[in-house]
Design a protein around this ligand. Structure first.
Ligand SMILES: *Cc1c(COP(=O)(O)O)cnc(C)c1O
Length: 431
């Protein structure tokens, strides 16, 4: 498979953009080699500059749950564009999207639309602090909430520690009020609330983690979060940027029956255009300016193109209910990958929830950042390149989840399993 045009495009991009990309996950740093440059996408397929076709399991890192360039979504965006791309003034479409979200997501009574998941998480954290008048935010190692300064603390740690920043440019001051805990550890949560309870404004968590690979939040962990925040008057924030409209139409909170106070959304809710959302209990949301005093604003917030794509996407999801079918192909892929790895004698663990999944090269179950970080990333890189050479495009890191769309067919899943079987059999994975 020749990728000469991608190679040339990357060489040029590197002279113009830091590392040749506009978001680091795209640069193939986790697997070595050079990224593929794409010309177009349709349904479950990506087409690169050199004319190669790939079955896409990245789906723009989550948003494209209907597959790429869905005709109804494209038509909605075209229609909106002809009427003007931004007004900086209210539109009815914003209320229409808000209504769809409020109807779908159990905990959400009011929303604010923003431009990215990062912006939504940042705003939700500010609101939790503004609402409670308290400083501390609890986050979990291995959870990602966008590049918000106070949440860029992720380095694995077994005990509760006050955060240490994990990017240059994030000051100790910015993370001084961030408490870092272990994921899936209810005892750690109880301990932290015992010690700091009256100073904790909120807890932010991915109820299904997708940013250390797919790691499902255990029921006893999520219910401890709900119980402790309730008891101590703190705000529970579910970051459902990835799990929202993916593990169920109503997100992880609908799937698991745990109701947070605030919810952060992004990715699918924008239908492939830049859109983020934070929302929740009316009483809390009414603290946002101009109803309340917590400042948050945006020139392009509620943008007509993004809201059109979001409305079209959510309506299709609501009306066609692709979730049972997604669940079936996801389980088929998960058990097929397990069988292929087992047949090759490769230690593995599959994390799966709805239409998101990770094959971990790990001899033990992956339940938190420490167990994820112990995976064999070199083996993952060989697996990744073996599949890309066979026209299967996976996320380029052991610590990302792969995604399925309503455009993926059972036959394509089986073709992927056949390709994975070849990769496992050719021996390179067993070195
Ligand atoms: C992708 C992601 C974000 C950040 O969203 P952006 O739109 O990339 O800023 C936040 N939280 C979670 C759980 C995510 O997966």
């Amino acid at each position: 498979m020749s990728r000469d045009l991608s190679r040339a495009a990357f060489a040029r991009a590197k002279t113009l953009l830091p590392g040749g990309v506009n978001s680091p996950a795209r640069a193939f740093g986790g697997v070595g080699g050079e990224p593929v440059f794409f010309r177009r996408a349709e349904g479950p397929f990506l087409f690169d500059l050199d004319g190669n076709r790939y079955l896409d399991y990245v789906l723009s890192w989550g948003p494209m749950i209907l597959g790429h360039a869905h005709p109804e979504v494209i038509a909605a965006v075209e229609d909106a564009a002809r009427k003007g791309t931004s007004f900086g003034a209210p539109t009815e479409a914003e209320s229409e999207l808000a209504e769809l979200i409020i109807d779908a997501v159990p905990s959400v009574e009011k929303v604010r639309l923003v431009n990215s998941g990062t912006e939504a998480a940042m705003s939700a954290v500010r609101l939790a602090r503004g609402f409670t008048g308290r400083p501390l935010i609890v986050k979990f190692a291995g959870n990602y909430h966008g590049h918000v300064d106070s949440l860029l603390v992720a380095a694995g740690s077994s005990a509760a520690t006050l955060g240490v920043p994990n990017s240059p440019g994030v000051t100790e001051g910015a993370v001084r009020d961030t408490l870092l805990l272990r994921y899936n550890d209810p005892a750690g949560v109880e301990e932290a609330f015992q010690r700091y309870g009256s100073r904790i404004a909120g807890v932010i968590v991915e109820p299904v983690a997708g940013n250390m690979g797919c790691v499902v939040g255990r029921p006893e962990f999520l219910s401890a979060l709900r119980g402790q925040t309730e008891r101590h008057g703190a705000v529970l924030i579910f970051d459902e940027v990835m799990s929202g409209f993916r593990v169920a139409y109503g997100g992880a909170q609908a799937r698991f029956g745990v109701t947070p106070d605030l919810t952060v959304l992004g990715k699918i809710v924008g239908g492939g255009l830049p859109l983020g959302v934070y929302g929740g209990r009316r009483e809390i949301m009414d603290h946002v300016l101009p109803a309340g005093k917590v400042f948050q604003a945006g020139t392009l917030s509620g943008n007509p193109l993004a809201t059109a794509a979001g409305i079209a996407t959510l309506k299709i999801l609501r009306d066609t209910d692709p979730y049972p079918a997604l669940e079936r192909i996801s389980q088929r892929l998960a058990s097929g990958l397990e069988a292929a790895a087992a047949a090759a004698g490769v230690p593995h663990h599959v994390g799966v929830c709805g239409a998101m999944l990770t094959l971990f090269f790990s001899p033990r179950p992956v339940t938190d950042w420490d167990s994820a970080a112990a995976c064999d990333v070199k083996r993952f890189a060989r697996y990744f390149w073996g599949l890309i050479e066979r026209g299967v495009y996976l996320p380029c890191s052991q610590f990302e989840a792969l995604f399925l769309s309503a455009a993926h067919t059972t036959a394509q899943i089986d073709a992927t399993l056949a390709a994975a079987g070849e990769v496992f059999r050719d021996g390179a994975l067993c070195e």
